[in-house]
Design a protein around this ligand. Sequence first.
Ligand SMILES: Nc1ncnc2c1ncn2[C@@H]1O[C@H](COP(=O)(O)OP(=O)(O)OP(=O)(O)O)[C@@H](O)[C@H]1O
Length: 285
Amino acid sequence: MALTITKLTKHAGRKMLLHSANLTFEPETIYGLLGRNGAGKSTLLNMVADRIPRSSGEITIDGQSVHENDHVLQRLFLASEDNLYPARERVSSLFKITKQLYGDFDVDYADYLAKAFGLNTRTSFGRLSTGYRTIFKDIVALCVPADYIMLDEPVLGLDAGHRELFYRELITTYADRPRTFIIATHLIEEVETILNNVIVINQGQIKLAEPVEALMARSYRLAGPSDAMATFLPNVKVLSQSSFGHETRAIVTMIGSPALPEGIAKQSLSLQDLFVALTEDSHED
Ligand SMILES: Nc1ncnc2c1ncn2[C@@H]1O[C@H](COP(=O)(O)OP(=O)(O)OP(=O)(O)O)[C@@H](O)[C@H]1O
C-alpha cells in the first residue's frame, strides 16, 4: 500500500530534468521535498499527478498505474503554483465545483479555513492577491478527500501569521484524518518539525530519502586539526569540507558512533545545514 515511483525519468531535448528516480511514499506520512531552484521538484510532482508526460518509468498507487487512470488519480491531489482555476469564478463556487468533482470535499472545513485566513469567498479567483491565491489552493488541498496530497510551495506569498496558521491546520487535519502530504518547499526551518520524512533532490537526482529523525541522528558537523581529520574522514560520508589554516571542518553522515580521534569536536546539525551541504555547487556550468 503506497505511492511508488520507479526509474522515473524526464528529459526535455538533451536536458535531463529528472534522472531515474525511485521513491516510495507510504500512507499517512508527511514528506518534505527539498531542492534548490530548478532542481526538478515541480517536474516530479506534475508527473506524479499525470499532468505532464514522463520520458520513462512507472508511477503506481497500490500497484495500479496513475497514467490516464481516473480511478487511481482521484486518490491524488496536486496543489501547484499553476493557476488552473477560471479567473471569473468566485471562491465559493470553486469550492462547490471541487465538491462536485470530489464527492467528500469538506465544505464545512473549507468555510472554517476561509474565515480563519480572512479569505472572502465572494471574491472571484482572478481578483485574489498572490498570497490569497496560495491560501485558496491550500484550503482546497486540506479539504479534498485524496490519500496523497502534494503541495508545491504551499506558503508562497504568505505572511508569517498565515504561514503559521497553515502549518497548524496541516497538523490538525493530519491528526484528525491521517493521509500522506508531500510538501515541496524552500522554507526548511519552518517545516522541519512537521516532517516525518525528507527527500532531497539536486539537479534532477534524488540525493537522499529517509526519515528525518534517523537522518538527523547520524548527521554531524566535525571540526578539528587537519591531520586528525584527514585520518578520520575516510571512515564517514563527507558531504562538505573546508580548511582554514590547520583546522578542517566537515559536514558528515555516519553510521553508529565511531570513536573520534582526540581534538575533533562533534556538533549536531539542523536539516537546513544538511540540505545546504548536500546541494552545494549545484548550479549548472
Ligand atoms: N518543458 C521543459 N523544457 C525544458 N526545461 C524545462 C521544462 N520544464 C522545466 N524545465 C527546467 O527543468 C528544471 C527543473 O524545473 P522545476 O520547475 O521542476 O524545478 P523546481 O525544483 O520546482 O524549481 P523551483 O524551486 O525554482 O520552483 C529547471 O531548470 C527548468 O527550467
